[in-house]
Design a protein around this ligand. Structure first.
Ligand code: THU
Length: 158
């Protein structure tokens, strides 16, 4: 028998410790929550993806009365970026959320669901290097250096 340990390295920064590009990406994710259509969960999520030429593409969750038809903010942004800029590579994604009528971001970090991680992983593969994931809360930003680090033992090919 052999045991294997998989570790996850995260970096936590206060908002004022972010550099300018990351600060702009986080602000874009926060602003994108305004585009959320979430009448069922009232959980308003925004995502912002920075491409390799500095372009920022945003998305927000879009719900539907037939619940599984809805889609997360991260995939809205990723699929839009993929469709509109097929030749550009993803560099980083920031994710933020507000609850109900609150104007404030959540006091816990918003991390992508497993389906979004799987989707982002494929764009990371296309990019050829780590896509940084910035998970935003009101107080700080938690960074994973790559999507792959958030998907141990990922399914990547068949
Ligand atoms: N949601 C996202 O958009 N991204 C996440 O990372 C987690 C969940 C959305 C899906 C649904 O519209 C609402 O948040 C509640 O789950």
């Amino acid at each position: 028998m052999k045991e294997r340990l998989i570790t996850l390295q995260l970096t936590e920064r206060r908002h004022q410790e972010l550099d300018t590009p990351d600060s702009e990406l986080v602000a874009a994710a926060q602003a994108a929550t305004d585009g959320s259509y979430a009448p069922y969960s009232r959980f308003h999520v925004g995502a912002a993806i920075r491409l390799d030429d500095g372009t920022i593409v945003t998305g927000a969750n879009q719900e539907n009365a037939a619940f599984p038809s809805g889609i997360c903010a991260e995939r809205t942004a990723a699929y839009y970026a993929g469709a509109k800029y097929p030749d550009k590579k993803f560099q980083a994604i920031a994710i933020a959320a507000r609850e109900g009528d609150s104007e404030e971001m959540t006091d816990y970090h918003i991390s992508p669901c497993a389906a979004c991680r799987q989707t982002l992983l494929e764009y990371e593969k296309l990019a050829g290097k780590g896509v940084r994931v910035l998970m935003v809360s009101r107080k700080s930003v938690l960074e994973a250096e790559s999507v792959a680090s958030l998907v141990p033992l990922a399914f990547t090919s068949f």
